[in-house]
Structure formats: structure tokens, C-alpha cells
Design a protein around this ligand. Structure first.
Ligand code: NAD
Length: 490
């Protein structure tokens, strides 16, 4: 029954200092179902004062939480992992409702997002310092790792659970407190996550969640506050740049997980069927609404027709519809603006000479749907090659040499993920070194893994989430200088 997984009335408020409450003056905003535009729920609309109270709670909890036993933090994360695993169906349906993705994809996100809690429960007890003899032997160098302090997390709508747990997991493990501002389009999943972490035993004030429709005012006020020590943001490069500027006054530490423009390179020696399988995942995961989504298909001229034909065949067989319908492969996009901007990119590419192989239009009726689309013969300077498409559109262009493929793959301000299909090991090694990307997938369309350092370079931002690196973003280092006291001094 749709809607049974919506959070109860209590969990549609602000979560501050371990308590649920209304926003200032009872303000609320509505969350819509992208499959038909209807209202799913209304949630508390946090004000700047509400957010400041959340930071008060985080700042008050920091000292005690930072001094807590790593094992206790680990066990809270592990309990939350078990609770989420037990509630997979409910969370998957909720995410599907507020964001549009299919239930199968939503279940995949619950498993993926939850894995960050398990991974960082295991990392919480492995925070190391260093003991070292200075090179001249006259002193000893000790390093102490400390939680960085209260954090602000701002997350996007495309992965409502995983983009939260990637930050919350390592912050809890490191002993940091936090204020989370979920995307206003999809705040419901984060509110349920707060409830689960509370049930798992997280002390009051460690995690505070403040949904708001006034993100800019909130981030400005919190980032002007010297108690806030870290901002981790996942979202567009445009907003990321603004937050980097905003961090200058208080010099907060930053992690910026921003936009992408992933090239998908298919060489003449590739297994074309495997490349098409990989393309379906890299392009169509989350309806193409992923920062890692393959955005530019660059295919060797000898196999371009075969690749395009096979990809178009697979794309044309996908069923578009409401994400909660078990027969559906492709859910709605997030809103009308997304459909319009994607259609504009497709229209402009065709005007620039590309051939529409399949798709290229939005079905009529309610909801924000777009048909899976393949375009062949994209002009290199076409807008669709320069912008993040964020939808189910695969633009293919051809290349003749490896040198050309690499040059064009790197010809973007972004540097998040790149995909390579080849059976040549030497070429694989060369490309891993030459591609200016934080992540390179070889002969696979799936790149994200909680045990790996996820993140980009150039305009895709900086910092890493997941892997051994993920917890570093939440730790400060104090170096302690000690004299050498042994008789072997010097
Ligand atoms: P967005 O930048 O519009 O919004 C992201 C978040 O920032 C939302 O919570 C929004 O409310 C908030 N926000 C907007 N203006 C703000 C401001 N001035 N101050 C503080 N917060 C503000 O992005 P989106 O449309 O929600 O998400 C899609 C983008 O996210 C794409 O560019 C995608 O590539 C990127 N993304 C990146 C990663 C990654 O790990 N690199 C992962 C997922 C999504």
C-alpha cells in the first residue's frame, strides 16, 4: 500500500538535541511525489533560529561525544546498520516515493548507504596517531588525532540515504557532532534515519536534522558561527563554489562532492556486449540522476555503429513509469525543470547534427518522465557534452586514436568519474594515469563502493568519502614535540 512507509507526524519535524519539535512559528513545506506531482507530506521548515539551536545542541554535545570510547561509537553505528537492514523494505519504499527511483534501485541504495555505517563502525576503533624519531635523533614526534568538531552536512536529493550516511557514518566514528540539512525535495528519508540513529543509542545533540526551504540563509548563518568547524557538501558545483567562498571568514574545513561529466570510453579491442552492459548501469542507474553517471560516450569509430545499435536496443526496451510499480525500470525525474532542461539539451544536440537513435521526448500525462534516449554523432562542442545531463540520455561521439580519446575525455572542468572499456592491460594502466579523474572504472559500469575513496578533482571538488580516507575528513592532527630522553640520544 503506497504511503505506509511515510514517517509518522512526529518524525516530520526538526530533530534537535534528541527531541522532535516544530519549526519556529509552525512553518512547514511540502514534499511532492515526482510520479504525479501530488503532495506526499509536509515537513517542518527550519528557520535560521532553528538551525542556530541545532548548532547550540551540537556544540554542547561535542566535548562529551569527542571523549567517548571509540568502541561505544562503533556499536551505535553497528546497531543502526542492523536496524536499517531490518527496515529495508520500508526505507526503499519511502525513498522511491519521495525521489522517484524504482523499488529495486531504492533497495540497492539502502544496502549501499547502510554499508557506510558498517564500514565506519569498523573504522571507529582504528584511528591511529604516530610515534617517530626525528631524523636528527634529538627529539621524538608524536601525533594525536582529534575529532574536528561540530559539522554542517548539506545533501542532495538524488541519493537521499547514501549521501547522508557517507558523512554521518565517519563523523560519528570520529567523534564529531553535526547539523544535517537534507535536500528540500527529499527530506523524509533523512528524518527516518535520525529516528533510527536515536533508537540505536546516539546521545542527544550528536545528530541534529533541520529541513528547510531556505538553504542559503541557513548555511550563511551557520558558517558565520565560529563553533562550526567543518562543512561537507554534496551537490552542484555552482552551490559548492558559493560555500567555499562562504567558508573563508571562519576557515572551516571543507569536503566538496560536486558535479561530474563522466566520459565512457570504448576502445576498438573492447568486448562490445560487456561495454553495453556497463553502459546500461553507468548511464541508467538512478535514471541517470547520479554525479557518476556516464555523460559522454566516446566510442572508437570501428565499433560505434555496433555499440550504438545494441545500446539503443536495450534502452528502447526499458519500461518507464511509477517507481513503485514492480514492472518499471525507469522512474520519473525529480521535477519539471529537470525534464525541460534535459529535453533542451537533446533538442540542441539534434539541431547541431546528432542523430536521434531512440527516445528524445517526454511522455504526456502527469509526472516528470523522460524516455530513455540515445544520440549518435554528437558534435564535440555541443552543450550536451559540456553540461551534466542528469537524466536518461546517452550521447555518443566517435574517436580514432587513444590520444584523441584521452584528450577529449579530459577536456572538461569536471573530474569525478571516468569509465574505460578495453582488453589491453597496458592501455588500462596508461589511462588510469592519464585520465584527470578521482575515480576510473575499468570494464565495469559500477564505481561506487563504501570501502573505496569516493571523490573528484578540478570542478568536481575535493575530499574523499568512504574507504580508509573517509574518516580523515573528520579528524584534526596535533603534533607533540618531545625531547629524546634516553641515554642513546643523538
Ligand atoms: P544543489 O546544489 O542544487 O543542492 C544540493 C543541496 O544544497 C540541497 O540540499 C540544497 O538545498 C542545498 N543548497 C542549495 N543552495 C544552497 C546554499 N546557498 N547554501 C547551502 N545549501 C544550499 O544540487 P542538487 O540538484 O540537489 O543535486 C544534484 C547535484 O549534486 C549534481 O550536480 C550532482 O552531480 C551532485 N552530486 C554530487 C555527488 C558527488 O559525490 N560528487 C553525489 C551526488 C550528487
Amino acid at each position: 500500500m503506497p504511503g505506509r512507509s511515510l514517517p509518522g507526524p512526529d518524525q516530520r519535524g526538526l530533530f534537535i538535541g534528541g527531541r522532535w519539535r516544530e519549526a519556529e512559528e509552525g512553518a512547514t513545506f511540502t514534499v511532492l511525489d515526482p510520479a504525479d506531482g501530488s503532495v506526499l507530506a509536509s515537513v517542518a521548515d527550519g528557520s535560521v533560529n532553528d538551525a542556530t539551536e541545532a548548532l547550540d545542541a551540537a556544540a554542547a554535545a561535542q566535548e562529551g561525544w569527542g571523549a567517548s570510547a571509540p568502541r561505544d561509537r562503533a556499536e551505535i553505528l553497528r546497531r543502526a546498520f542492523d536496524l536499517i537492514r531490518g527496515r529495508t523494505d520500508e526505507l526503499a519504499e519511502l525513498m522511491s516515493l519521495e525521489m522517484g527511483k524504482t523499488i529495486a534501485e531504492a533497495r540497492g541504495e539502502v544496502a549501499y548507504g547502510n554499508e557506510f555505517l558498517r564500514w565506519f563502525s569498523e573504522e571507529a576503533v582504528r584511528i591511529h596517531g604516530r610515534w617517530m624519531h626525528a631524523p636528527d635523533g634529538a627529539s621524538r614526534l608524536l601525533t594525536v588525532r582529534k575529532p574536528i568538531g561540530p559539522c554542517l552536512f548539506i545533501t542532495p536529493w538524488n541519493f537521499p540515504l547514501a549521501m547522508g550516511t557517507r558523512k554521518i557514518g565517519p563523523a560519528i566514528a570520529a567523534g564529531c557532532t553535526m547539523v544535517v540539512k537534507p535536500a528540500e525535495l527529499t527530506p523524509l528519508t533523512m528524518l527516518v534515519l535520525a529516528d533510527i540513529l536515536d533508537e540505536a543509542g546516539l546521545p542527544p545533540g550528536v545528530l541534529n536534522v533541520v529541513p528547510t526551504s531556505r538553504a542559503a540563509a541557513m548555511s550563511e548563518a551557520l558558517m558565520a558561527d565560529p563553533r562550526l568547524r567543518k562543512v561537507s557538501f554534496t551537490g552542484s558545483t555552482l552551490v559548492g563554489r558559493q560555500l567555499v567562498r562562504q567558508s573563508a571568514d571562519q576557515l572551516q574545513r571543507l569536503s566538496m562532492e560536486l558535479g561530474g561529466n563522466a566520459p565512457f570510453l570504448v576502445f576498438e579491442d573492447a568486448d562490445v556486449d560487456a561495454a553495453v552492459d556497463g553502459a546500461m548501469i553507468a548511464k541508467m542507474r538512478n535514471m541517470g540522476e547520479a554525479c557518476t553517471a556516464a555523460n559522454r560516450f566516446l566510442v572508437h569509430t570501428d565499433i560505434a555503429q555496433e555499440f550504438a545499435g545494441k545500446l539503443a536496443d536495450r534502452m528502447s526496451r526499458l519500461v518507464v513509469g511509477r517507481g513503485q510499480d514492480p514492472d518499471v525500470d525507469v522512474g520519473p525525474l525529480i521535477d519539471e525543470r529537470a525534464v525541460n532542461s534535459i529535453h533542451q539539451l537533446v533538442t540542441d544536440a539534434v539541431r547541431d547534427g546528432a542523430r536521434l537513435v531512440v527516445g528524445g521526448s517526454a511522455p504526456t500525462g502527469p509526472g516528470y518522465f523522460y524516455r530513455p534516449t540515445v544520440l549518435l554523432g554528437i558534435r564535440h562542442d555541443s552543450e550536451i557534452n559540456r553540461q551534466e545531463i542528469f537524466g536518461p540520455v546517452a550521447p555518443i561521439s566517435v574517436f580514432a586514436t587513444e590520444e584523441e580519446a584521452v584528450r577529449r575525455a579530459n577536456a572538461t572542468e569536471y573530474g569525478l568519474a571516468a569509465y574505460v572499456f578495453t582488453r589491453d592491460l597496458s592501455r588500462t594502466i596508461r589511462l588510469a594515469e592519464l585520465l584527470e579523474y578521482g575515480m576510473v572504472a575499468v570494464n565495469t559500469g559500477l564505481i561506487s563502493n563504501p570501502a573505496a575513496p569516493f571523490g573528484g578533482m578540478k570542478a568536481s571538488g575535493f575530499g574523499r568519502e568512504g574507504g580508509f580516507e573517509g574518516i580523515e575528513e573528520y579528524l584534526e592532527t596535533t603534533y607533540v614535540a618531545l625531547p629524546a630522553t634516553s641515554r642513546h640520544q643523538g
